[in-house]
Write a protein that binds this ligand. Structure first.
Ligand code: TXA
Ligand code: MG
Length: 345
């Protein structure tokens, strides 16, 4: 609970996203400039009317997000994407194959996008989510919805309504509960704004699936390799508990240390750890992605000395998971010290 001069701020209502009345109420809040957390197939988003600069400014305040980090505009269909971005031929091909779904496209922006949304860049990120509640909310609102993940900046992304309520419940107007996110990691971000298409963030659509259509892509997901725009922090998706990636985790345990283990499949030495999170008993990377952020949150809630993560194979959704683990394990760097481009949030 937040204390303010008027007393305690009540926590936002959590409404069932499958209820049409809840969608209507949420859309009314968006139209009036309020903030609604809503489910998508990737992670929960914190949404505002993308054409209302004051509403978008509130997103940055509530998340503690630096204004230099642009947000994605969520649309209900490819036609609405054209209101906000200039879509080249390749965008049409990609939208036909992957929309609605977990692919975000960065393209040249139109005047319908206020500068605060894109942090002053002349490009905009557009995404057409597939979650029925997200689509219903966008349609009922009658505008694009600017939305970052609904977590405090830099922390683990939310994959349930409860996760949102724990961090942001008393700072926003409404939470729509659409159940746990089916994919569990953020969208893949592909920029079509440069000389060649380039992948800015590994995410819910595996790189291999996009490359099957486009041919080999330039991949710029490591901050140091991306000198083009502000915003991306090397440390992100981070737990409060220190996290290290180690293949031989058990050998690294210090005497008396209470460590938690995050592992794709069941380890042989689980008794050495104070807690163990297995992402998928069968080693399935889709199941692992769906469990990933929830498992990190559970480990982070146990006041452990350290979280030790076993490396995950970097294929399919594993590429996105290892990217998140690397950022979570990166040493703390102040935002000014980071010169990489956007793609975290
Ligand atoms: O799956 C997702 O993409 C989720 C759900 C809610 O849709 N959203 C999400 O938003 O992950 P966020 O803000 O946490 O991450 C989006 C990233 C930002 O870090 C930003 O750097 C990048 O997208 N981005 C946005 N606009 C951009 C632009 N014009 N150029 C390059 N990167 C951009
Ligand atoms: Mg984020």
């Amino acid at each position: 609970m937040l204390e303010f001069s008027g007393g305690i701020v009540p926590s936002a209502a959590i409404l069932d996203a499958s209820d049409p009345l809840a969608i209507e109420k949420a859309a009314g809040i968006i139209r009036k400039g309020g903030l609604v957390a809503f489910p998508t197939e990737t992670v929960y988003g914190l949404g505002a009317n993308s054409e209302d600069p004051l509403a978008v400014a509130r997103i940055f305040e509530v998340k503690g997000r630096p204004r230099i980090d642009p947000v994605i505009v969520h649309v209900a269909d490819p036609a609405s994407a054209a209101r906000y971005g200039r879509l080249p031929d390749l965008a049409q091909v990609l939208m036909k194959r992957f929309w609605p779904g977990a692919l975000t496209l960065v393209v040249e922006k139109t005047d319908a996008v206020p500068p605060i949304v894109t942090a002053g860049l002349d490009t905009v990120a557009v995404r057409n989510p597939s979650h029925p509640a997200a689509l219903a909310l966008i349609r009922a609102s009658g505008c694009g919805i600017a939305a970052p993940s609904a977590n405090m900046f830099g922390y683990v992304s939310p994959t349930t309504a409860q996760h949102v309520a724990e961090q942001l419940g008393n700072r926003i107007d409404l939470i729509l509960d659409g159940g746990p996110c089916s994919i569990g990691v953020e969208s893949t971000i592909l920029s079509l704004a440069g000389a060649v298409p380039s992948v800015l963030r590994a995410g819910g659509i595996p790189l291999e699936e996009i490359e099957a259509l486009t041919g080999k892509l330039t991949v710029l997901i490591h901050a140091e390799q991306r000198p083009m725009a502000p915003g991306q922090l090397k440390r992100h998706y981070a737990t409060q508990t220190r996290l290290v990636i180690s293949a031989e985790a058990a050998q690294d345990l210090r005497p008396g240390e209470r460590a938690g283990l995050l592992s794709l499949s069941m380890p042989g030495d689980s008794e050495k750890y104070a807690a163990v999170e297995v992402l998928s008993a069968s080693g399935n990377l889709k199941e692992a992605a769906a469990n990933f952020f929830g498992a990190l949150r559970r480990l982070d809630s146990l006041s452990l000395d350290r979280i030790i993560a076993r490396p995950i194979p970097e294929e399919g959704l594993g590429l996105a998971l290892m990217d998140r683990l690397r950022r979570a394990s990166a040493a703390e760097t102040p935002p000014e010290a980071d010169s990489g481009p956007p793609t975290a949030g």
